[in-house]
Design a protein around this ligand. Structure first.
Ligand code: G3H
Ligand code: ZN
Length: 283
């Protein structure tokens, strides 16, 4: 069923595992992720950036596509459709009214008081509709759609204040992670993560899940991280599959013949992440 993230993340925090957010880019990504979740009996979060939603047609297209696939596939595991890095109250409102079950308001680039004000407004609307809210403090490094910046670590005091004043359901404190591939090893702020996890009590979110070593993933989960976002790794895997199939078959033109293998490799990648995050058999 389509659900918000609230229950799945609280259960994950409690049970010391993390639910993966896997980003949608097209139909094949959506199919692959839903198939992986069902096979693994894992809860799953479908992440949709504003750019990806635009690419697919819009928020409504995404919701209808996911609902229809879940019906055709007979999906039984909990699934959330989540706006990833929502850039404004208006974008979140649009997603909520289109049927998203969860939104992230990313006002992390604004001054603290503005971030609080925008996030509070989103929480009020979202909770009225039974929709969960994720917010961000600090800056995730690297580039993703319109979101880019240098790494800035979240301040634990601000995190505590934000959760208290806004009523968000989960928090993404930027602590050294990066969107896209890492240049070298990531340097995650585990000390701050522990402090923030304890001070806020809410499930924490780790952005930039691509390329984080398993030991760091496990440590993050032990410190209260209950949601991990992955996009680039699936994109790299699917692009590689398409390249290989087309290189080996220069006469091929039926998209089903090269996107089918891409879909298969995304599914395998997602299954690997679900096992790594410990969410398999938790649905
Ligand atoms: O919000 C989405 C993620 O943070 C994705 O990060 O592309 O590095 O896996 P990634
Ligand atoms: Zn992100």
């Amino acid at each position: 069923p389509l659900v918000s993230m609230t229950e799945m993340l609280n259960k994950a925090k409690e049970g010391k595992y993390a639910v993966g957010q896997f980003n949608l880019n097209n139909l094949e990504f959506t199919q692959a992720i839903l198939q992986a979740a069902e096979e693994e009996k894992s809860p799953v979060i479908l992440g949709v950036s504003e750019g990806a939603a635009r690419y697919m047609g819009g928020f409504k297209t995404v919701v209808k596509m996911v609902e229809a696939l879940m019906e055709d596939y007979g999906t039984t595991v909990p699934v959330a459709i989540h706006l990833d890095h929502g850039s404004s109250f208006e974008a979140c409102a649009k997603a909520i009214h289109a049927g998203f079950t969860s939104v992230m308001i990313d006002a992390s680039h604004d001054p603290f008081e503005e971030n609080i004000a925008t996030t509070s407004k989103v929480v009020e609307l979202a909770h009225f509709h039974g929709v969960s809210v994720e917010a961000e403090l600090g800056t995730v490094g690297g580039q993703e759609d319109d979101v880019s910046g240098d790494i800035i670590y979240a301040d634990p005091k601000e995190c505590e204040e934000m959760v208290k004043r806004t009523g968000i359901d989960c928090l993404a404190p930027a602590l050294g992670s990066v969107h896209g591939p890492y240049k070298g090893e990531p340097n995650l702020g585990f000390k701050e993560m522990e402090e923030i996890g304890n001070a806020t009590g809410v499930p924490l979110v780790l952005h930039g899940g691509t390329g984080i070593p398993t030991a760091d993933i496990q440590r993050a989960i032990s410190l209260g991280t209950a949601k991990i976002n992955v996009n680039t790794e699936n994109q790299i895997a699917s692009a590689k599959a398409v390249r290989e199939v087309l290189a080996a078959n220069p006469e091929m033109y039926d998209p089903r013949k090269y996107l089918g293998p891409a879909r298969e490799t995304i599914k395998e990648t997602v299954i690997g992440k679900m096992r790594e995050f410990g969410s398999s058999n938790k649905a």
